[in-house]
Ligand binder design. Structure first.
Ligand SMILES: [Zn+2]
Ligand SMILES: [Zn+2]
Ligand SMILES: [Zn+2]
Length: 137
């Protein structure tokens, strides 16, 4: 199977792995542009949705409704803790959530239930920074 422009997708995947956390297509495009890759924003969008569809990247909606992507270390079902300031992400298992979701779906007669649970907040570094900013007026 011959696919054109796979180097672009490989480059997007690489850059995604280098990103410290969840990142939007626009921010990823900006990073690629700094390196003069010549990869357009539309290509970045396409590459990211392909990677997400193949399970090579995680995608989620930020509280502002923006699509964010990350090359995840963990394959299979998992959850995230995400810093809404710097985008840093921690992959977490949520055993309690799995059990709760299964029970709740079953109680309503639902089968094949899926769920998306991500926690947005401020990471330890950003919390410290914010406290510092506050101290300095
Ligand atoms: Zn993940
Ligand atoms: Zn942070
Ligand atoms: Zn889960």
């Amino acid at each position: 199977m011959v696919q054109r422009n796979t180097w672009q997708r490989d480059r997007v995947r690489e850059e995604l792995s280098d990103a410290p956390g969840f990142i939007s297509a626009q921010d990823l495009h900006a990073r690629l542009r700094e390196q003069n890759t010549g990869i357009g924003l539309a290509t970045v969008y396409r590459a990211l949705s392909t990677l997400a569809a193949h399970g090579e990247a995680d995608s989620l909606q930020s509280p502002e409704g923006e699509s964010l992507y990350r090359a995840c270390a963990t394959t299979g079902h998992h959850h995230h803790l995400i810093c809404r300031r710097c985008g840093k992400a921690v992959e977490i298992a949520a055993t309690d959530v799995e059990e709760w979701a299964r029970r709740t779906a079953a109680a309503h007669g639902f089968t094949e239930a899926e769920h998306v649970v991500d926690i947005f907040g401020l990471c330890a570094d950003c919390t410290a920074l914010r406290a510092h900013e506050r101290d300095n007026g």
